[in-house]
Write a protein that binds this ligand. Sequence first.
Ligand SMILES: [Zn+2]
Length: 112
Amino acid sequence: MCGDELTLELTCADDALAMRFDGHACLVCLASADLLAESVDSASVAEARRTTARFLAALDSGATEGLSPALVSLLGVRALPIRVACAKLPWDAATKALAAIAGDPFSAESAR
Ligand SMILES: [Zn+2]
């Protein structure tokens, strides 16, 4: 990683999420956080958890099914393995935050 530090703020009202982020991070990380915010905006917690799980799996596998065109283009980062961690950071953080919102302490702890 390249010293990315990002704070995510996920709020949920009537099962519609909103996400804000702040911090010092490289362009890859910020672009990824931007797309994450777009992907979970107004989604339900369950939908957002599916989207984050799908994208994290896609970062590993390169599978593009079910991803928006913008997320598919973000997968281009796989060509630069050291940058994958940068793209992954916000999604990992969101996964933990969503598990906590869903009241799922087991996943919150097992998520890296
Ligand atoms: Zn980075």
